[in-house]
Design a protein around this ligand. Structure first.
Ligand code: TXA
Ligand code: MG
Length: 332
């Protein structure tokens, strides 16, 4: 399961659905059709499973992923719905609309799914097979498009096999995707509601449902979206310093690998990249809280190799190190 070499091709029948769900429950990766594009799905509450999505896609950075559920009751386990969000969900779900909403912590989504943010992008896909799979699974499935990083999104099972065959556990074949474009991403609680990514649901349809209200668009100077809403980058309040190979004085130390026994927390004591990725945001949050409690201003991080998921881990840590502490001036 950790390093799949042979990708199972599953039929869109009861046996195929049962097998796909069994793989998800074990933390594996199954590509499945939605009405927009094929998604590369994993259990959104299992950090190691989500880390394997990035590994299989060869993504050089951790962006937050879209979380897929079968119905609105399930969606409420993972996010808080304002009245406006609820109305949009009622109008457009199931369908090609993802709503960015405050995370409901009780849902226990992996931090890697939200890239450490306090919000989550959720949707109910309209594809019948997708809904059967999600219903049978019962929980939340994180799924970016099922293509290697930098390649175009797949709209058939054959596209998925060409790009990811041998790297994922299974593909369930549900024929062609009818929309063929990724979902439209909307932040409904922004004032006015903000379009974060154009996609399969036309903006005009959303504006009409909002009584003619114009959406804020990132590229429109007349309806600016505040950077805090747009930049999907979590940064700790404490200053982050990278490549610190020995225990620092007066700072917390985030370790990696067996040489960091004295670390406050270790991303992976054995040096396992999947485990390190799964722990990244949770450990940063935990150390940031500890730093605030103890009046410590810096978190130092051990060197992390750039092999495999290490590339994305280093990318995210570099962004955290470059970010200014909240409310503070730039440190020179
Ligand atoms: O149609 C689709 O949406 C496909 C199918 C498989 O459902 N999925 C998809 O997922 O395109 P993904 O994971 O590639 O989309 C991720 C994008 C991020 O790059 C980011 O733009 C946005 O969704 N996103 C996710 N969570 C967010 C958040 N909390 N805040 C802002 N943007 C978020
Ligand atoms: Mg994509």
């Amino acid at each position: 399961m950790l390093e799949p070499t042979e990708t199972e091709m599953l039929n869109p029948d009861a046996a195929g659905i049962e097998r796909a769900v069994a793989i998800w429950r074990k933390g594996g990766l199954v590509a499945f059709p939605t009405e927009t594009v094929y998604g590369l799905g994993a259990d959104a509450c299992n950090g190691a499973a989500v880390a394997r999505i990035y590994q299989a896609k060869g993504r050089p950075s951790f962006n937050p992923l879209i979380v897929h559920v079968a119905d609105l009751d399930t969606a409420r386990r993972y996010a808080h719905f304002s009245p406006q969000a609820e109305a949009l969900a009622q109008t457009f779900w199931p369908g090609p609309l993802s709503l960015v909403l405050p995370v409901n912590k009780e849902g226990a989504l992996s931090d890697l799914v939200t890239a450490g943010l306090e919000t989550v992008a959720l949707r109910i896909p309209a594809n019948t097979l997708a809904r059967k799979l999600l219903h049978a699974f019962g929980g939340a499935i994180a799924a970016p498009s099922a293509n290697p990083s930098g390649r175009i999104s797949p709209t058939t099972a054959t596209h998925v096999a060409e790009g990811l065959g041998g790297k994922i556990d299974a593909i369930i074949d549900g024929g062609n995707c009818t929309v063929g474009l990724e979902s439209t991403i909307l932040a409904p609680d922004h004032t006015p509601p903000a379009l974060l990514r154009p996609g399969g649901l036309p903006v005009e349809a959303i504006e009409a449902a909002l009584g003619g209200q114009r959406l804020a668009r990132p590229d429109d100077p007349e309806t600016p979206v505040s950077p805090g809403q747009m930049t999907s980058h979590y940064a700790p309040s404490a200053r982050v310093v990278l490549n610190v190979a020995a225990r620092p004085d007066g700072a917390l130390w985030l370790g990696f690998g067996p040489d960091c026994a004295a670390a406050d927390l270790n991303l992976s004591p054995t040096g396992d990249m999947v485990e390190a990725a799964a722990n990244l945001f949770g450990h940063l949050h935990a150390l940031d809280r500890r730093a605030a409690r103890q009046g410590i201003s810096e978190i130092h991080v051990a060197p992390i190799p750039t092999r495999g998921l290490g590339l994305a881990i280093n990318d995210r840590l570099k962004r955290a190190a470059a970010a200014r502490p909240s409310g503070g001036a730039a440190r020179t």
